[in-house]
Design a protein around this ligand. Structure first.
Ligand SMILES: [Zn+2]
Length: 358
């Protein structure tokens, strides 16, 4: 309390002897008759207080907002570590360093690493909030470390043991720290930020890969330049025709072949980005995505050639499902001078890059 105000208290002091017998307020020096007018005047201040003071529920609402804003960190996430079959709670930002280290080469442009950090963060938080994916495959944890289901993850020790050094780890940590709490949203909701290694020149619309998910406005096919310089751009695998037939028969025992790969292999349709939509193998038709899984191919952007009568060479373009951000493309754009935000906006149509709301 400000000591300079002590005089006010001294004036109304109840110390014995000082104010004895005196009423310093002067209000009750005379008896006031209890007429209706006087009663009204007496309760008037009370009425004014009731009108001017906000009702309790508004006070509660205002108070509720303050702790939410102040309580933004730290965010933790429950991770199922597939390699160790362990579920553990991790600090989100710490966990993200391991994800970026595992999901993108540390040699990539810093803006690409930042874009990867934002995509990984949006992926993890959206799953923790139950917006996409499922918990059933990792025993109720928010995310797992299986790249084919959620996102890869590597510890710092593993990173150092597998060729990375501390400077590289610091570079990745900086990419995560400099985008702290930044996520991607569409229409106010966290997006499903799918990403892949190399698009082969154009990304894929989500419905062409997962028809059950339907169209998603921000996961549309876009032209992705300058990816051909990366190793992941093109691949070639030679199968024997018997090998392919065996794999198809395992899944479709009733399939029939003419025993001539040039007759038995037919591309029926392509998606708008040039990937195989539907293909015929003997008497069976299947989506390109199913063939990719069956033969463990890098992508569904495929060409076939027949080196001899019992061999099929499959040339693939790109690496991964092709939906959302291409990591090679992100690096290429970063080297061209795009910011991480511009990279994300390039691959995820119409999104916003903003602070995570709680
Ligand atoms: Zn998972």
């Amino acid at each position: 309390m400000d000591r300079r105000n002590y005089g006010v208290y001294r004036r109304y002091s109840k110390k014995p002897g000082i104010n004895k017998g005196k009423d310093y307020t002067g209000l009750f020096r005379e008896r006031i008759p209890l007429t209706p007018e006087n009663i009204f005047l007496l309760i008037l201040p009370l009425l004014l207080m009731l009108i001017l003071v906000p009702p309790p529920k508004d006070v509660v609402a205002e108070q509720a907002e303050i702790p939410i804003e102040e309580n933004v960190e730290p965010i933790s996430i429950v991770v199922f570590y597939n390699n160790d079959s362990v579920i553990d709670k991790a600090d989100l930002e710490e966990y993200l360093i391991g994800v970026v280290a595992a999901e993108m080469p540390h040699s990539y442009n810093q803006e690409a690493l930042k874009a990867q950090a934002v995509a990984a963060r949006t992926f993890a938080v959206s799953r923790a909030r139950g917006l996409y994916g499922s918990f059933s495959e990792h025993f109720g944890a928010d995310v797992c470390t299986d790249s084919s289901h959620c996102q890869s993850w590597i510890s710092m020790d593993e990173f150092l043991e597998t060729g990375g050094n501390e400077t590289d780890w610091a570079k990745i940590s900086q990419a995560v720290a400099s985008t702290k709490n930044i996520v991607m949203t569409y229409a106010g909701q966290l997006i499903n930020p799918l990403y892949h290694s190399n698009s082969g020149g154009a990304t894929e619309s989500i419905e062409a890969v997962w028809s059950n998910l339907g169209e998603v406005p921000y996961l549309k096919s876009v032209y992705s330049p300058d990816e051909s310089v990366y190793n992941e751009f093109e691949g070639s695998t030679v199968f024997t025709w018997d090998e392919i037939k065996k794999k198809v028969k395992n899944k479709y025992p009733k399939v029939e072949f003419k025993n001539d790969p040039t007759q038995d292999l037919e591309i029926i349709s392509y998606t708008s980005s040039g990937r195989i939509e539907k293909i015929r193998l003997g008497s069976i038709e299947m989506p390109g995505t199913e063939l990719r899984e069956l033969l463990n191919l890098p992508s569904t952007n495929l060409e076939f050639s027949f080196p001899d009568e019992n061999s099929v060479e499959i040339i693939s373009k790109g690496f991964g499902h092709g939906v959302g951000m291409s990591q090679c493309g992100a690096d290429a754009l970063g080297k061209k001078g795009y910011s991480y935000k511009e990279i994300l906006e390039f691959y995820y149509t119409g999104i916003s890059v903003e602070e995570l709301r709680h």
